[in-house]
Design a protein around this ligand. Structure first.
Ligand code: HEM
Length: 418
């Protein structure tokens, strides 16, 4: 643990806490505190100095690392820090038994090797740059159609009317499922990953609905194979045998859950940034591809949406603390991306930042399998927006709302054009 002797005295709170005798953030942080959700960067900076692996008893208890090197090291602690329950708050036991949790719930993200290894290997060919390129034209079409619906108005909600609408359409196209169901997909995924984090019944209900939906899609593909990801997974084999149906259901579930809130949040945060930073917005409106490449990485770094979790499967010492068997550890990839030991001026968005080894897509064996699709969606959605709406600002800054916990991003984003 870091020497905390030079911590400001008003931060030295609970001297009885042997683990980390500093400000209550270190012993009682709250990932759902509205101030933290709105802007977690100051809390990470304070913790990184005073207590780089903080602990809270809230929401069943968890640990929060804030240093880049620690998070990189923890990502390699497989399977001691297990991925079997990568949601930041576990379900209560009585609901866990009623839910499809465990390795096949959403492999590979909810699995450790060897299951993680082969399920990931099956997915990767479907998300190479070449495999997602055919979706680019469709992404452009979707973005233009959305903008057509509000461009003649004075403004719009950049989160609800635009950012939120793009990823579900793309993932529906990839899976080969009914695109007119996007509103339903959004509701399910928010229930599973956002609103359901603190409402376990809602979470279980939405997870069941998603699984039920994919079970019937799978039944359909068995008699009507299509050129889509569901059919491809059904036709895949492991050790000469078809993949168990429960595993295919889990892998499809993951595409929906991993592909919607995440990318929606990244696109929304980028639009929030351009609405609040005139110079950056004007610079990007005329940017070349080289600047776009660095800008997308920088926006991913600065506004990283995704925090994952691990569960310790045995007592393990790390960085001066002991994770006890069963403890939850938050993989604070967003916090790592603001570590000043790794990123110069980490809290400033530098659109042409050259050295940018960010971990917005995670690190180690679980690194995002959909990053090529996510980057393409960000590029197309932001370029299309700025080409048609180069001038815009926030309507009422106080009306902006953010979601946090597992996936952070704006959920209401009133914008005024011109
Ligand atoms: C900006 C958007 C996105 C961000 C920031 C993001 C972030 C992440 C992160 C941090 C992980 C690591 C999970 C862990 O360590 O436990 C991950 C894994 C994963 N992501 Fe993404 N993701 C995004 C979009 C997508 C999309 C569009 C898809 C595809 C539908 C996708 C599919 C996956 C899959 C399948 C994994 C699991 C990989 C494994 O466990 O081996 N993601 N993502």
């Amino acid at each position: 643990m870091t020497d905390t002797t030079d911590a400001p005295t008003d931060q030295v709170a609970d001297a009885t806490d042997e683990r980390c005798p500093v400000h209550d953030l270190a012993t009682d942080y709250d990932i759902f505190d509205p101030g933290y959700v709105r802007d977690p960067v100051p809390a990470w900076a304070e913790l990184r100095e005073a207590c780089p692996i903080a602990h809270t008893e809230r929401y069943g208890g968890s640990w929060l690392p804030t240093r880049y090197d620690d998070i990189q090291a923890m990502a390699k602690m497989v399977p001691v820090l297990s991925s079997v329950s990568p949601i930041v708050i576990n379900l209560p036991d009585e609901l866990t038994n009623d839910d499809h949790t465990g390795y096949n719930a959403a492999a590979p993200i909810s699995a450790d090797p060897p299951i993680q290894t082969w399920t990931r290997r099956l997915l990767l060919p479907h998300f190479t740059p070449r495999a997602i390129e055919p979706l680019r034209d469709y992404a452009e079409q979707v973005c233009h159609e959305l903008i057509d619906q509000f461009i003649d108005d004075d403004g719009c909600d950049g989160a609800v009317d635009y950012a939120q609408q793009i990823p579900p359409r793309l993932i529906a196209r990839k899976l080969g499922v009914d695109e007119s169901m996007v509103d339903q997909f959004i509701e399910w995924v928010r229930g599973a990953l956002e609103l359901g984090l603190q409402d376990p019944e809602l979470r279980v209900r939405c997870r069941k609905a998603i699984r039920g939906f994919f079970r019937s899609e799978i039944a359909d593909r068995r008699s009507n194979p299509k050129d889509d990801l569901i059919t491809a997974l059904l036709q895949s084999e492991i050790d000469g045998e078809p993949i168990p149906e429960a595993m295919v259901v889990g892998m499809c579930n993951l595409q929906l859950v991993a592909g919607i809130d995440t990318t929606w949040s990244s696109i929304g945060s980028a639009i929030w940034h351009f609405a609040t930073h005139d110079d950056d917005r004007r610079r990007m409106a005329t940017a070349d591809d080289t600047l776009w490449d660095t800008a997308i990485e920088e926006l991913l770094r600065a506004y990283s949406p995704v925090t994952m979790a691990r569960d310790a499967i045995e007592d393990v010492e790390f960085g001066g603390v002991t994770f006890a068997k069963g403890d939850k550890i938050l993989m604070n990839f967003p916090g790592a991306n603001h570590d000043p030991d790794v990123f110069d001026d980490p809290d400033t968005v530098i659109l042409d930042r050259q050295r940018n080894r960010h971990v917005a897509f995670g690190a180690g064996i679980h690194r995002c399998a959909g990053s090529n699709l996510a980057r393409m969606e960000m590029e197309v959605s932001l370029k299309t927006w700025l080409s048609r709406i180069p001038e815009f600002t926030l309507g009422d800054p106080n009306a902006v709302t953010w979601a946090g916990g597992q996936v952070r991003g704006p959920r209401t984003l009133p914008l005024v054009f011109g």
